[in-house]
Structure formats: C-alpha cells, structure tokens
Write a protein that binds this ligand. Structure first.
Ligand code: ATP
Ligand code: MG
Length: 267
C-alpha cells in the first residue's frame, strides 16, 4: 500500500465524495490480515525502543462518525502494544469544569509524555465538529479554532510529540448497516445510543464540518489521513501501516549506557 495516498496534502481542499470509503488499495483480505499481524509485531518492537529511549511520544487521534470503527481500531491496533507504555483516552461531552477552561485544556493534560503512545478516541476536533454542527458556541468562536489547533499541534510536535490523525471514513450506507446490526446482536446492543440515530440526520452537516477540519488542519507537522473504513480489515491494515512507517521514520535507538558494560562485574 502506498500510505502516502491516504495523506491529505497540506493546503488542499478536501471533498470527501472523492475518497471512496470501500477502497482497498488493491489489497485482498487474507493477505491484508497477514500483513496486519506483521505490523502489530513490528509496532511492539518499535514501541519497546520508544519507551527505552524516552525522546519521542506518539499521539494517535481517531475521529469518525458514530459506528465508524474508532473502538474497533483501538482494540486491534493496540493489541500488539505493551500496556506499560501506552494508553487510550475517550473524549465525551465536556464537564462543567472542562467547559470553564479553554477547549484545549482537557486535551493538553493527557497528551502522552516522551516514551509513550497515547490514542485519542475523539479529540479536540470535536470542538470544530459536534460543536459546530450543533451551534454549541457562536461561529466566531469555533471558526478561530482551526488556527488554534494548528498552533497547539505545532507546539506539541516541536516538543517531541509525533501526531498521527486518522479520519475513519465510512459511507452513510455502511453506518446504517452497522447501527442496525447493533439492534440484532446481543453482544452489541449495549452500544446502541438512540442519539446516534438523531445525529445521522445531520450527516451532511458533519461531512461539511469534517471537510473543513481536514482541509484547514492538515499541516506539514500534523497531516490528516483519510482511512477508507467500510472494510474493517483494510482500515486496520492502513492504520497499522502508517504507525509502523512513522515509528520507523523516527530512527529510534536504544539509549547508550553511561558506563562501560564490559567493566561491570555482578557478584
Ligand atoms: P462513541 O460514540 O465514540 O463510541 P460513546 O458512545 O461511548 O463513544 P458518548 O457517550 O456518545 O460516547 O460520548 C461521546 C459524545 O460526546 C459524542 O456525541 C461527542 O460528539 C460528544 N463530545 C465529545 N467532545 C465534545 C465536545 N467538545 N463538545 C460537545 N460534545 C462533545
Ligand atoms: Mg456515542
């Protein structure tokens, strides 16, 4: 897979109609699942060095419509990671305390420290998505946030945090299928949120909000990636592939000891 093709070029204008949610970039399922296994193994190895070296942090941001596969992606992609050095955080509607601060306050405090991988299930992007679609703050307030987000992500990047942002792109038909399946599956019924059915009515508003977020906030330092997500096996492959390539690009190394190991005797 040419993972470059998933990247939103900084400065480009995204039209989601041009991105096929069921694209598989020429992959077949069986081969993709084998490659995913390899990727998970490789992530584990690289994570070990990231943790030992403590010079870089990796922040993975997942955004998607309801039933877009954020939980499933986290379950799969993190399954190979060492729990000692990674964590996932979900961002729900803000509390009173969170609302009394700037919108990045609750985000900044849980950005991973050096040595760690953090995954966000929803993120600061909700503040230009749900907040915009539902007019939770006036337009002059949310419209400044794109620049504020870019500046914030730049600060993080310059402080050793590599940011990977994935928009899991499902079709409206696939969302319908998945929401309906939840009603018929005893193990998924708990996931049914009747509010999701209401949100679905605002599909077009969400797409417009996503297009703006992807266009305005795909930067050189923190580009967005659009992941075709109608096929879960391809989604998992694509996300894992970008993580592997990113970690490999960091040129991670085990730290050098401050002593000469050959001169140390252990009694
Ligand atoms: P998910 O739907 O991601 O699987 P969930 O169903 O467990 O998660 P919900 O209880 O639905 O979680 O909480 C997520 C809700 O919180 C979403 O509807 C989301 O739009 C909303 N939310 C997240 N961040 C904000 C924000 N900054 N302002 C307002 N609403 C927000
Ligand atoms: Mg929900």
């Amino acid at each position: 897979m040419k993972s470059e093709k998933l990247r939103v070029k900084p400065g480009s204008k995204v039209s989601l109609a041009d991105w096929d949610p069921s694209d598989t970039h020429g992959h077949a399922r069986e081969e993709a699942e084998l490659k995913l296994k390899e990727n998970l193994q490789r992530i584990r190895e690289l994570q070990e060095v990231l943790y030992a070296q403590r010079e870089h942090a990796l922040l993975i941001v997942l955004q998607a419509m309801d039933a877009g596969g954020k939980d499933g992606t986290i379950g799969k992609v993190m399954s190979g990671m060492n729990p000692l050095a990674c964590y996932a955080r979900a961002f729900k509607a803000p509390t009173q305390e969170e609302l009394a601060h700037d919108f990045l306050w609750r985000i900044h405090r849980v950005v991973p420290q050096k040595g760690y991988i953090g995954i966000f299930n929803r993120s600061h992007y909700e503040d230009v998505l749900v907040v915009r679609v539902h007019n939770l703050v006036p337009e002059p307030v949310w419209s400044q946030r794109y620049e504020q987000i870019n500046a914030f992500e730049r600060l993080l990047t310059e402080s050793g945090v590599t940011i990977l942002k994935f928009y899991l792109h499902i079709s409206k038909a696939e969302q319908k299928k998945r929401l309906e399946q939840r009603f018929h599956d005893k193990t998924k019924l708990w996931k049914v949120d009747l509010a999701d059915i209401e949100e679905r009515k605002k599909w077009n508003d969400y797409m417009a909000a996503y297009e703006d977020a992807l266009s305005k906030c795909s930067t050189k330092w923190a580009p967005w990636r659009v992941i075709p997500a109608d096929r879960k096996w391809f989604r998992n492959l694509a996300v894992s592939q970008v993580i592997v390539e990113t970690l490999e690009g960091l040129k991670l190394e085990y730290p050098r000891p401050s002593f000469n190991p050959s001169q140390i005797a252990v009694d």
